[in-house]
Design a protein around this ligand. Structure first.
Ligand code: A2P
Length: 278
């Protein structure tokens, strides 16, 4: 597995194993064990996914030493602010059965349509993340679903975010956010890189995939990677888990990259960080 290097020099694998909508049971334990056997080293979960105990069991049973794995989790919206974020981190670590995290993210920004003091709330969460990072409990810290206006005041603190995890797939390039992150040396990770499966029926993507003798899923993930965005595909199906990591033996040419870039938004979740009510 090759790596991206974060702005604090920590190395992060080029692709990760997503677990959103993976159940808190043996399915997820087996999925993680299989993913690790296929070469995945980054496992992405979150407190709100409700599966951290099973993710932790999968990690423990994977047969790979902890320091070869890169484990990410996220603090949920109900736990925003300094004190609650510190407590949420301890609960996540205990559920996962780990003694440190590789990456911890603020799951969604507090934003102006719900909170007058949204910036202050985000800064409170960030202060907790920063302290945990400086204490060596987390190797890298970041955010998820933040736009540039949410990120700005965090950039002026002692430690700037290393990662922003956003929804990213054909039809949803989020150019303004991606450009801002690139300029500020923040790695972008893509959640739902297959549009939670909605990409797979698109006729244009099916045609392009045929030309490369690859699946539509592989085209979406490779397209993501060629945009320097780290894809986090979720699957609990062995053949798909293997298929999704097999994207490093071909390249999408620039003409096809542009063709995919120009697809209309046909499979987005519709979740807007400035509008969501959770
Ligand atoms: P499953 O977990 O049952 O295998 P995303 O990562 O965009 O959220 O997409 C996840 C969804 O896409 C899940 O429903 C997953 O199903 C399905 N999926 C993941 N990889 C593939 C693949 N290679 N081919 C078809 N469907 C896939």
């Amino acid at each position: 597995m090759k790596y991206f290097t974060l702005n604090n020099n920590v190395q992060i694998p080029l692709i990760g194993y997503g677990t959103w909508q993976s159940p808190d049971d043996q399915t997820t334990v087996e999925g993680i064990k299989y993913a690790v056997s296929c070469g995945y080293r980054l496992i992405d979960t979150a407190a709100i996914y409700g599966n951290e105990v099973s993710v932790g069991r999968g990690i423990a049973e994977s047969g790979i030493s902890r320091n070869e794995l890169f484990i990410t989790s996220k603090v949920w919206n109900s736990e925003r602010g300094y004190e609650k974020t510190l407590a949420a981190f301890e609960k996540t670590l205990s559920d996962l059965g780990l003694d440190y995290l590789d990456l911890y993210l603020i799951h969604w920004p507090a934003s102006a349509h719900r909170f007058e003091n949204w910036d202050e709330i985000n800064l409170g969460s960030w202060k907790a993340m920063t302290e945990l990072y400086k204490a060596g409990r987390i190797r890298a810290i970041g955010v998820s679903n933040f736009r540039s206006h949410h990120l700005k005041s965090l950039m002026e603190t002692e430690i700037m975010p290393m990662v922003n995890q956003i929804e990213f797939h054909p039809g949803l390039l989020q150019s303004e956010t991606v450009e801002y992150c690139r300029e500020n040396n923040i790695l972008v990770e893509g959640w739902s890189p297959l549009g939670t499966g909605r990409m797979l029926q698109n006729s244009e993507l099916i045609q392009i995939a045929g030309n490369y003798k690859k699946s539509v899923a592989q085209i979406c993930l490779r397209w993501c990677f060629q945009h320097d965005v780290l894809p986090l595909p979720k699957s609990v199906t062995p053949e798909r888990i293997r298929e999704n990591i097999s994207i490093f033996d071909f390249e999408i040419n620039s003409e096809d990259m542009k063709r995919i870039d120009s697809l209309a938004n046909f499979g987005g979740s519709g979740l807007d960080p400035d509008e969501v009510n959770f």
